[in-house]
Write a protein that binds this ligand. Structure first.
Ligand SMILES: [Zn+2]
Length: 461
């Protein structure tokens, strides 16, 4: 498998090394200009680096059935919902380790989720595909084999690639792809397929499907098939390198306080003033456990001290925004000082994660009209918040939760902190653990700021 991967990617190696060389020379030039002392206009010497934007294919993984809906009963008496879930976790792990993909799961444990909701998750996230994992069933125990179901035309090629890959890897009878109007397939606006990797009513096939080896083989086959299918394609939510899409997604010359769509129950969690080494890792852990993506407004001086934590934030699929270099009140800065605060942070973040953020949040939310215009000239979106948890001041976690209950409405942006707070922000962490499931129960879905505001996450140049 390793060899296969290397060979497949071989043709990109020349381009990749050329890009690395280009990037290195740009960094060198910037450094030289700075050391000579002619760094009077920070914007004039900004590198053009639209090539390093890490846009990933978004895959929603759906473990079929769950909770009160057990699915089919296997020959051994096992519930389909459980094997679907364990396979889903395996596929999720493989895709997450692959820089080509980012994932969301419709369920991560044994719970019932409406079929429409599963598809809506993919629609809202502008996923590139939703893969629903199932085991097949038939009254005749002899019947066996893999089949993949699609409904809309945009899903046929994906179904074929998965069908071929999975049946071949599992060495099952290839029953081919079938067109059928299942709810999840007809509700999804993105390519959607149901993979029935085998018949759990067939004792032999069930044993294989439930075994560690069978699950691993199936997960690997799905991963490989997705790589094959998406190879050479563009992620559908890619906004930064396509001029057409970029025009549709304009940054408004305003201060964003919340998303404008009140029909969708979305909420964006934002964390300011990091990264640090104590609180930020704890918050990342909680977000990961709940499969929530958030937005981190980072300080340049903290990022410089903790570049590894910045990388962790990006690797977990969260969005990074600029919160200035040293957290001054921008109302007290000259225009040159302000640009330096922003520009130094942009350059550093680009060095660490490979892209220049589009999002800027002024320290204390304090700016003034003139500086707002200057920041817009720098092609940055200014993002404040609609719910201030005042967590930094030591507000008890129950009060934080109460503030959120009272102030949050659909499209809301919640402000919390990852450092610069009392008592290592223990209350922030305690509140977050409760807040995430509570808002989920109320029907909220968690989105990043670019998804909420429909703006790009990275500057194209
Ligand atoms: Zn701050």
């Amino acid at each position: 498998m390793v060899r296969y991967r290397v060979r497949k990617r071989g043709k990109y190696i020349n381009t990749a090394s050329a890009l690395v060389l280009l990037l290195l020379s740009i960094i060198m030039i910037v450094l030289v200009i700075r050391s000579v002392g002619s760094f009077t206009d920070p914007l004039a010497s900004v590198s053009k680096s639209n090539s390093a934007v890490p846009v990933k294919f978004r895959i929603v993984i759906d473990a079929g059935h769950g909770g009160k809906d057990p699915g089919a009963t296997g020959a051994s008496g096992a519930n389909e919902k459980d094997s679907n879930l364990s396979l889903a976790h395996r596929v999720n792990e493989l895709l997450r380790q692959d820089s080509m993909f980012e994932t969301k799961m419709t369920r991560t444990d044994d719970q019932f989720i409406e079929l429409e909701e599963r598809a809506e998750l993919a629609n809202e996230w502008k996923a590139d595909a939703i893969i629903s994992l199932h085991g097949n069933t038939y009254e005749d125990q002899e019947v066996s084999g893999t089949e993949t179901i699609y409904f809309k035309k945009n899903s046929l090629a994906l179904a074929q690639t998965l069908q071929k890959g999975v049946s071949k890897a599992l060495d099952t009878r290839d029953r081919g792809v079938k067109q059928d109007q299942y709810i999840i397939l007809s509700t999804a606006q993105v390519p959607a397929v149901i993979v029935e990797s085998g018949y759990i009513t067939n004792p032999k096939e069930e044993e294989m499907l439930l075994s560690d080896k069978g699950q691993e083989t199936a997960a690997n086959a799905i991963h490989e098939a997705l790589k094959k299918y998406f190879n050479g394609k563009q992620p559908s939510h890619q906004t930064v390198s396509s001029p057409d899409l970029q025009d549709q997604q304009k940054i408004e010359k305003t201060i964003y306080y919340n998303g404008s769509d009140k029909d969708e129950k979305q909420v964006a969690l934002t964390f300011d003033d990091g990264p640090d080494r104590i609180v930020t890792p704890k918050i990342l852990k909680i977000l990961k456990e709940h499969d929530v993506k958030a937005t981190f407004f980072l300080l340049g001086n903290k990022a410089e001290a903790n570049p590894d934590i910045v990388k962790l934030i990006a690797e977990d699929g969260h969005i990074i925004g600029n919160h200035s270099w040293s957290h001054p009140d921008f109302k007290n800065l000259s225009a040159v000082e302000m640009r330096q605060e922003i520009e130094d942070t942009q350059t550093l973040l680009e060095e660490i994660v490979g892209y220049r953020p589009t999002l800027f949040r002024p320290p204390y939310g304090s700016l003034g009209k003139e500086k707002l215009e200057q920041i817009h000239e720098m092609n940055l979106a200014v993002v404040n918040w609609s719910v201030d948890t005042t967590d930094w001041s030591g507000t008890p976690s129950e009060d934080i939760l109460e503030l959120v209950r009272q102030q949050l409405f659909p499209g809301g942006i919640i402000l919390q902190h990852t450092s610069n707070g009392k008592n290592q922000l223990a209350n922030t962490i305690e509140a977050l653990e409760k807040m995430i499931p509570e808002l989920k129960d109320k029907g909220y879905s968690y989105v990043t700021i670019p998804d909420l505001l429909q703006i790009p996450a990275f500057q194209s140049e």
